[in-house]
Design a protein around this ligand. Structure first.
Ligand SMILES: Nc1ncnc2c1ncn2[C@@H]1O[C@H](COP(=O)(O)OP(=O)(O)OP(=O)(O)O)[C@@H](O)[C@H]1O
Ligand SMILES: [Mg+2]
Length: 395
């Protein structure tokens, strides 16, 4: 039917039935349903909907980025946001990203149908205006950067496990980049001897198409595609931040998710990764020296480099057992909320000795279940329930 109004739902699976029901009496067809990120863009390009209804929830940066990508990929589709967040700031961000309407939950059945029809009317009036220039915008996946200005706080451990968890949970294409160019140990943690490394990419920035990248990565059994650090530190001396940026851009065009492990340095190379991050996963442990460095890093990220707060997620890791540390004291001292707490688990040390991710060797361990929930949360695959295992915080 040429005149039917085609709607695409970008929502968590559990809310989709409710939305479909809310549209039951409206003259619209729910032509497709999808999750966030590249999945949303792929579905939108395929379905070419008139209207997209998107359920905006935390993590905000991911929802906003999905709106931006949808707005560029299918500019003629009107985007209606539904959300339980009724903060004016959030609304403005959604509208700036490309949303055309914003409905705060709970939403009346007629409200949603009315919003969809109103958007279609406006779009019909706009028909004839050229949008072809916008079509050439490229689709890109999410980039999660593990950051922390101290050694031994669990950046690499989490990078390896998070990448494996995202690959399993999302069933999408995942790259893991070892950006600790001098001391990188991702290959060690996954028990492989790299035949190629990031240097093969940074010295060939004019050849970074998908096929070439595929030849550079190691295909781990978890499904993660690893771009390893150079075997010897001298190899990295001539690598520039600009080259690293180009490599990460190419990876994010090829993979749905790119996880970046970094060195503890405050370097231009790390900044190139942070600039491309959908989310900066800023890690700290509860010890004073680590907290001090986290405070300095947060200051740099927020004040000097002006990254918006919603792109920064503070992760509190316990690589060893530390008694009675109060989260609220940490938050007060850092002036930033703790997004996630990762428990100490002896299974992690065992998995490191085996040279495989804990989520693979001990899927039931506390650490593994925690990382899988974190993966689901930041990828928008499922909203974790507050207090699950008594270890999750979500703000
Ligand atoms: N939650 C945890 N429970 C138990 N052990 C952990 C946990 N997190 C990390 N570890 C242990 O801490 C060790 C150091 O972690 P890791 O190498 O990931 O730190 P890093 O921040 O990457 O350090 P560097 O900056 O020096 O590369 C790991 O060998 C791992 O066994
Ligand atoms: Mg490391």
């Amino acid at each position: 039917m040429a005149n039917e109004i085609r709607v695409l739902l970008i929502e968590e699976a559990k809310n989709r039935t409710q939305l479909t029901r809310a549209l039951a009496n409206a003259p619209v067809v729910v032509a497709g349903e999808a999750g966030f990120g590249t999945e949303a863009v792929t579905a939108a390009r395929e379905i070419q909907p008139n209207v997209i209804i998107l359920g905006l929830e935390e993590p905000l940066a991911r929802s906003i980025r999905t709106i931006e990508m949808l707005h560029l990929a299918v500019p003629e589709a009107g985007i209606v946001v539904t959300s339980s967040l009724s903060d004016r700031d959030v609304m403005r961000k959604a509208m700036r990203a490309g949303a055309r309407d914003y409905l705060s939950k709970p939403i009346g059945r007629d409200d949603l149908a009315r919003a969809v029809l109103a958007l279609c009317e406006v779009e019909q009036k706009k028909q004839g205006l050229s949008s072809s220039a916008l079509q050439k915008v490229v689709q890109s996946g999410d980039v999660f950067v593990l950051s922390g200005a101290k050694g031994g706080i669990g950046k690499t451990t989490l990078a390896v496990n998070l990448a494996a968890a995202i690959a399993t949970e999302s069933q999408q294409r995942v790259a893991l980049v070892d950006l600790d160019l001098q001391m990188g140990d991702v290959a060690l943690m996954l028990s492989f001897a790299p035949e190629r490394s990031i240097i093969d990419a940074t010295t060939n920035v004019d050849r970074l198409e998908a096929e070439f990248l595929q030849n550079l990565v190691h295909n781990d059994p978890t499904g993660v595609h690893v771009l390893a650090a150079p075997v010897t530190p001298e190899e990295s001396i001539e690598v520039t931040a600009d080259q690293v940026g180009q490599v990460l851009d190419a990876l994010s065009r090829t993979f749905d998710y790119t996880i970046v492990d970094t060195s503890p340095a405050l370097s231009e190379i790390n900044l190139a990764a942070l600039e491309r991050a959908t989310l900066i996963l800023q890690m700290t442990t509860p010890e004073v020296p680590s907290l001090k460095r986290a405070k300095v890093s947060l200051g740099l990220l927020r004040k000097t480099w002006q990254f918006p707060d919603e792109r920064i997620k503070l992760l509190l890791n316990y690589p060893y057992e530390v008694p009675g540390v109060s989260i609220s004291e940490i938050e007060t001292s850092l002036e930033f909320p703790v997004f996630w707490k990762i428990p100490y688990d002896p299974a992690v040390g065992q998995s490191v000795r085996l040279g495989r991710p804990c989520v693979e060797t001990k899927g039931n361990a506390r650490f593994s279940r925690n990382v899988v929930e974190l993966a689901r949360s930041i990828c928008g695959l499922r909203r974790p329930s507050r207090g699950l295992f008594g270890i999750l915080w979500q703000r």
